[in-house]
Design a protein around this ligand. Structure first.
Ligand SMILES: [Cu+2]
Length: 151
């Protein structure tokens, strides 16, 4: 095999390893929290251009961030921790109050309206490769402040 063939193979394997997919994030926001409130919710709409999964999230303002879903359990809506959120190719996946959402635990300070909360999302592709995506979520005041209940 001559050198050009080797270079061709190298080029192909490099492009196969590169992260090709892209992901669009719209309307990232979090709920403003009251002093002493240590849990917050974060929401956004994710649209991937390949079949991806959201597999982890983190934020410097919280000690941990979990992915949650709301499910019916004997006529009561309860929150469940999940370990991935599927992002099917081309489909807008909303994370919204009452459905899939991110939950921020151990808030170090109240989230104040107008601030931007940095979030790092870890996304995995069909081959198991992961990539981290930085998002800034705008803190919004929500009248009524429907609190999440955890058991
Ligand atoms: Cu939750």
């Amino acid at each position: 095999m001559n050198m050009w063939n080797w270079l061709l193979i190298l080029g192909l394997s490099l492009s196969a390893n590169a992260w090709a997919a892209d992901i669009k994030i719209d309307e990232a926001w979090t709920r403003a929290t009251a002093p002493g409130q240590h849990i917050g919710g974060a929401f956004m709409t994710l649209t991937a251009d390949a079949d991806l999964s959201l597999v982890d999230a983190a934020s410097p303002v919280a000690s941990s961030v979990e992915m949650h879903n709301m499910v019916m359990d004997k006529d009561v809506m309860v929150m469940r921790r999940i370990d991935r959120i599927a992002l099917p190719k081309g489909k807008a996946v909303p994370l919204a109050p009452g459905g899939l959402h991110l939950m921020l635990f151990g808030l170090k300070a109240p989230l104040k309206t107008g601030e931007r909360v940095p979030l790092t999302l870890t996304v995995r592709d069909a081959k198991g490769k992961t990539r981290q995506i930085e998002v800034k979520a705008e803190v919004r005041e929500i009248a009524g402040g429907m609190m999440h209940r955890h058991h």
